[in-house]
Design a protein. Sequence first.
Length: 168
Amino acid sequence: MLVHLSLALLFSSVQGYATVLGRQTSLRSSSPQMSASASRREAVLGFASAAALVTALPAFADDTEDAVARIAARAKAENAARDAKMAATVKTEDQLADEQEGNKRLIGLALLASVGLSVPFYSKNLERLGTKVASGGKDDGYGKYKEKPKKDAGKAAAQFFFKRGYED
């Protein structure tokens, strides 16, 4: 309610400086100008509202000791609630050991998954390595697992559409 009163007084104090519709003020004026239609009653009301805004509103406070006691009681209750919450989240040694074992299993699973999922990218190299190890280093594995050369797409299209053969 105090906020509404303050805003009402503020708006009423500005009333004397409001421009009248249809009358334009010069943009070069350096000081605010009173509107021509402002009456003495509006000016007095504006002055009274400005004076009300300037004056300090009285503050009603309780006894200092009572306020300090309420603050201390609230802080004590908040601390007790925080301590109870912290005590509920403390883990025992067995719970910590179980959690660590679970984390170790997850790390091992992630390691195996990363190796297993990347094998298709270098499987040809593993096949050649197996051939080389099995032959004792005599066969490097490039002859057995060599990929067939791919045909040029342009030549294949020309053979299909123009029914001509090209030599590779």
